[in-house]
Design a protein around this ligand. Structure first.
Ligand code: AMP
Length: 183
């Protein structure tokens, strides 16, 4: 079952998220997490929430999505002593990679991970800052599975369920800290 973290009702995460209309193009409302990073209480709230969400899960490694997913995954992995694997746009990783392409609104995107760092049978948590259509997380899940490992949950600070990510990403519970329902 997917979870929306609600444990600390006292903290208003919404206040810490900058909303920028018409960025990067007209009609898109951009949810900017750099304002969370600039607010130590908000950033600490997010990392502590992640630690609480996964305290009873058997996670062997974390796959973090370029580039804002890295920022949330790194302190989480450091705290728990977990391997951190980076999911990057094609051409950025120097080693042997596994790759997956997926459709964007216009055109396609290709993501890569270092193949040798994906231990077969290990259980992955996927981390990103925001999940919209779910295409990025779906491609990451496919890369992990193509190497014989398993994605067991995905985490995103922000979720936009009106873009149907829970329908797109099948068989993977997706946890968020806050969800926005409007366009
Ligand atoms: P998706 O593959 O559609 O789930 O898109 C998720 C990726 O796109 C994440 O890495 C986000 O950082 C970025 N993204 C998509 N839509 C937005 C938005 N409205 N505000 C901020 N980031 C977004």
């Amino acid at each position: 079952m997917s979870k929306i973290y609600r444990e600390d009702e006292g903290f208003n995460l919404d206040d810490a998220i900058r909303k920028v209309p018409d960025f990067p193009k007209p009609g898109i409302l951009f949810y900017d997490i750099t304002s969370i990073l600039a607010d130590p209480d908000a950033f600490s709230y997010c990392i502590e929430a992640m630690l609480k969400l996964y305290r009873n899960e058997k996670i062997d490694a974390v796959a973090a999505i370029e580039s804002r997913g890295f920022v949330f995954a790194a302190p989480f992995c450091h705290k728990l002593g977990l391997p951190l694997l980076l999911v990057r746009k094609k051409g950025k990783l120097p080693g042997k990679t596994v790759e997956r392409s997926y459709d964007l609104e216009y055109g396609t995107a290709t993501l890569e991970m270092h193949k040798d760092d994906i231990v077969p049978s290990s259980q992955f948590l996927i981390v990103d800052d925001l999940i919209a259509t779910g295409g990025t997380i779906n491609a990451t899940k496919a890369m992990i599975e193509s190497c014989g490992a398993k994605a067991i949950r995905a985490f995103s600070v922000i979720g936009l369920p009106f873009l149907h990510f829970r329908e797109t990403v099948e068989d993977l519970p997706i946890d968020t800290l806050i969800e926005y329902f409007g366009e």
